[in-house]
Design a protein around this ligand. Sequence first.
Ligand code: GLN
Length: 193
Amino acid sequence: MTRIGVLSLQGDFAEHKSALERAGAQAVEIRLPYQLEGIDGLIIPGGESTTLRKLSDAYGLMEPLREYAKVRPTWGTCAGAIFLAREIEGQDPHLGVMNIKVRRNAFGRQIDSFVANLDINGGNYPAMFIRAPLILSVGSNVNTIAKLNDGRIVAAQQDHLLATAFHPELTDDLRFHTLFIEMAKTKSYPHLT
Ligand code: GLN
């Protein structure tokens, strides 16, 4: 069975674990560096990126996480996507491994949370945004996989890395978890169908 680690310091890691299990993978909580050994892929969940950073520093996880995400399948949702980004508007990056630039809390106070129907590969996908970031730009080696109707980028994939501004773990739609499990299992990078 494919073993997917979920960084379990803060945020909605329990929901990711449950979605992974529903999608047929084994979910493993990751809190210490040695636990990164023996997993096929890693999810960095949503939460608060600054808190995630403080806890990762305290647990000695920053360098191990960076080394892991440089070469192994890693998916960041919301705060996790901020964590992966090479550039964060107005502040220093965290892991800085993915060739995207993000803006935190990009949707303002009045619409902190909303559901948007995205068009992904011609199909409808209900995406839940909670104080979400926006992907302002992507590098030439990054595929944009979802945009809002107005063209703003909310999901991207770069080889073994996946970033979503929204929260697939909070819906019943398992397509993103299935995609990521496939990435981890095959070490290849299929497209969402
Ligand atoms: N606003 C949070 C941040 O900047 C992200 C919110 C989330 O993960 N739902 O880190």
